[in-house]
Design a protein around this ligand. Structure first.
Ligand code: ADP
Length: 275
């Protein structure tokens, strides 16, 4: 059973979502909007009253967000723009690991639907060097404990190239553009939620992240690559050599110094372009 709160028109096919959804709690309560400022903002408004696993989904976001206050383009009816409310008993400094679970879940879901993609640690999904999905994790804490986490996932499903402006075209694409086919958004949503729960439960219950890290490593577009690591105004060049068991990116600089990077405040770029 899915509890489905619907405001506005119906494209998201509830029957199709429930046919494909095999979860215990993720996606069992869905709040649906035709248009919203940002699904993460709405999720934060209601997170305290809602059960873990509640999903907020919208056909369009008028103020979709990326990390570091960047904008996320979310045109109407073509993407999957949604947020999941989670309530892990966790210290705030471990929340970055939940972003990795989200990225791994999307990558696994695409694989299940026959689409080959890679993970750009920590929060992007890439096909042929371009971004098809981003994950934005936000949280609320109290006394060094997480009250809730809101994981926003934006997937460019059936967007056309014209949906991206000239700048964005250089680094973004959609599943439809890459596969030449229209993708069933309801099925893809259910698939992501299934993998999300499968990877999240061991982490929530026992702190186990083994599968997530394995997926993030196996499907990494960064490991073995020379990249630019950007922290604020400072940019350094390094080789990505690993993702460690804690989910940190292990980078070796030209002077052989090794640094383990936490996802938070860095941006990773290719030597020439986006990646
Ligand atoms: P980055 O991955 O570039 O480090 P973020 O994860 O914060 O940054 O994502 C925000 C950035 O993603 C924006 O600055 C913009 O360049 C790009 N972007 C915005 N909307 C989309 C979209 N629908 N698909 C792909 N990329 C997008």
């Amino acid at each position: 059973m899915i509890k489905f709160h619907k405001a506005g028109c119906d494209f998201m096919n509830l029957i199709s979502i429930s046919q494909h959804l095999h979860t215990e709690f993720v996606g069992r309560d869905v709040e649906y909007y035709e248009s919203i400022s940002s699904t993460n903002n709405r999720a934060k408004e209601i997170a305290e009253q809602k059960l873990e696993g509640t999903v907020i989904i919208a056909e369009e976001q008028t103020q979709g967000k990326g990390r570091l206050s960047r904008k996320w383009v979310s045109p109407k009816g073509k993407g999957l723009w949604f947020s999941i409310i989670l309530k892990p008993n966790l210290e705030p400094d471990k929340v970055y690991k939940i972003t990795l679970i989200g990225a791994a879940a999307v990558n696994e879901a695409l694989k299940e639907m026959g689409i080959k993609s890679s993970i750009k640690w920590p929060n992007d999904i890439i096909i042929e060097g371009k971004k098809v999905c981003g994950v934005l994790t936000e949280m609320s804490c109290e006394k060094n404990r997480v009250k809730y986490v809101v994981m926003g996932i934006g997937i460019n499903v059936n967007l056309e190239l014209e949906d991206f402006d000239t700048e964005l075209k250089k680094k973004a694409t959609s599943l439809k553009v890459m596969t030449g086919k229209e993708i069933d958004r309801s099925r893809l949503l259910a698939c992501v939620l299934n993998h999300m729960e499968r990877l999240y439960i061991p982490f929530k219950e026992k702190g186990i992240l083994v599968d997530t890290i394995r997926i993030c490593k196996e499907e990494s577009i960064l490991i073995g690559k020379e990249v630019r690591i950007i922290k604020g105004d400072v940019e350094r060049v390094g080789n990505v050599i690993d993702i460690d068991d804690e989910g940190q990116l292990v980078v070796e600089y030209e002077d052989s110094q090794i640094e383990k990077i936490l996802s938070g405040e860095v941006s990773i770029r290719g030597m020439e372009g986006y990646i």
